[in-house]
Design a protein around this ligand. Structure first.
Ligand code: ADP
Length: 442
């Protein structure tokens, strides 16, 4: 209790005692002490009720009133409540102005922001940008179902995925067919979701231009390179022994350039597609071919093993998957010193999917490089990659092919111990092995 409150409390107690003592004194004087004491006590209770009414009136008053000035416990209580009330009002004002500032900031965002109630999937609020980007109108779409309001976007299935919903990329805006959008769902509380849409029309146009440029340049380079490569192959070093080292280097470099152009064209081809054909991919011949390629590249410098425990086939594009797995196998051989091991393992996963992993006991990759290792032309060691004939595009191709199959590339590596590149396919990509392949061994 504060000193002010304590002294007010004692003063009121004193007043109470005084009234009762006066009542008792008067009662003794007139010879009826108990009735007089009772009247004094009732007067005290009535006075307290009166004060309590005053406090209640102040608390429920619509208009703000000046704080009481008197002494005593009721005035002190009244003053404390008035102070509490005015502090609460000030806090409310501050919160309101903050809320207004946040709303103004959200309204001014160039991205469309929509607050959606999770259970009912109703639109609670949206900012100004939601009108040109998503076609939402005030007040028509206030409280409307987000699934209906944003048709033909595949909202229902997307919202059903909830927290696990992957961003929708490069989709047409429901308001303007020429506009491309990226959509993200951010669950920010148990009941509320934030749907954020960004206009990526310009970025996508630039991306298409970049893709076309790379594809065209690669295509244009292919023919002259083939010609140069062809003529270089025809030159015999024995005709001019002095030129032999230069000729060998020129042949090597033209081969590298041809491979680079082929890899760039492969990437462009993959980037231009949204999906690949879903044909059965016979895994027994695939593993046999991969083993053969690894052995050819290794030239007996490594121990190569292939284990097929899955006993199933995959669904997808045989050609593209072969190119992806082939890149991983080639890397395992190229980045493992002589005497090391390379192991290919095809096995089922607990979720019904399947994983093809390529393990090596090679140089390994420092952890700091892992997040960027699948970017095109990203290399841990440029000299080692060049020495081993790498183009810097192998992992980018592998990741792209797996992405088109809804599969993931998981990489684990330890410097000096080796790496594991695991391609994880979901259950929807698994199918029973064709009988004529079931008995063949890789
Ligand atoms: P590159 O043609 O240079 O091999 P990739 O895209 O195939 O390009 O690989 C990118 C980089 O990742 C390589 O330069 C290499 O540094 C590293 N890398 C890939 N696979 C392995 C591996 N099995 N062991 C060690 N490093 C690897």
């Amino acid at each position: 209790m504060s000193p002010d409150a304590r002294s007010a409390w004692f003063r009121t107690l004193g007043q109470l005692m005084l009234v009762l003592a006066v009542g008792l004194g008067v009662g003794l004087l007139i010879g009826h002490p108990w009735p007089a004491l009772t009247i004094a006590a009732l007067a005290v209770v009535a006075w307290h009720y009166w004060k309590l009414r005053g406090v209640l009136l102040r608390l429920t008053a619509r208009q703000r009133q000046a704080p009481p000035t008197g002494t005593g416990v009721w005035n002190e209580l009244d003053r404390l409540l008035a102070r509490g009330q005015s502090e609460m009002r000030a806090r409310k004002r501050r919160l309101l102005s903050m809320l207004r500032a946040y709303r103004a900031a959200a309204a001014a965002l160039p991205d469309a922001v929509v607050v959606v109630e999770r259970n009912s999937q109703r639109i609670l609020w949206f900012n100004e940008a939601a009108t040109p980007l998503l076609g939402l109108q005030h007040p028509r779409h206030q409280d409307a179902s987000v699934v209906t309001a944003l048709q033909p976007l595949p909202m229902a299935s997307w919202l059903a995925a909830g927290r696990n919903a992957e961003p929708l990329t490069d989709v047409a805006s429901p308001a303007n067919a020429g506009m491309r959008l990226n959509l993200r769902l951010i669950p920010y509380s148990d009941e509320l979701w934030l749907l954020v849409a960004r206009d990526v029309t310009r970025t996508m146009r630039l991306e298409h231009m970049r893709r076309d440029f790379v594809a065209n340049v690669s295509h244009e380079l292919r023919t002259p390179l083939t010609v140069i490569h062809g003529y270089l192959e025809m030159l015999d070093p024995e005709d001019n022994p002095d030129w032999a080292p230069m000729l060998a280097e020129m042949q090597l470099q033209s081969q590298r350039m041809a491979q680079l152009v082929e890899d760039l064209l492969t990437l462009s081809r993959l980037e231009a597609r949204d999906a690949l054909p879903e044909e059965p991919v016979a895994m027994t011949p695939m593993l046999t071919a991969l083993r053969r390629e690894a052995e050819a590249l290794s030239q007996n410098r490594h121990r190569i093993t292939v284990t097929d425990e899955a006993g199933i086939d995959l669904l997808g594009s045989t050609r593209e998957l072969h190119s992806a797995f082939g890149n991983l196998v080639a890397n395992a051989v190229r980045y493992t010193p002589a005497g090391g091991e390379v192991e290919l393992r095809f096995a089922r996963d607990a979720d019904g999917g399947a994983t093809l992993s390529v393990r090596d006991t090679g140089y390994g990759i420092p952890a700091a490089h892992l997040p960027r290792i699948t970017e095109r032309f990203y290399r841990v060691s440029t000299s080692r990659s060049r020495e081993s004939g790498g183009t810097g595009l192998g992992l980018a191709i592998a990741k792209h092919v797996l992405g088109l199959h809804g599969a993931r590339l998981e990489i684990e590596s330890e410097v000096g111990k080796g790496s594991v590149f695991a391609c994880r396919f979901g259950p929807e990509r698994v199918q029973a092995r064709a009988p004529n392949h079931a008995t063949a061994t890789p």
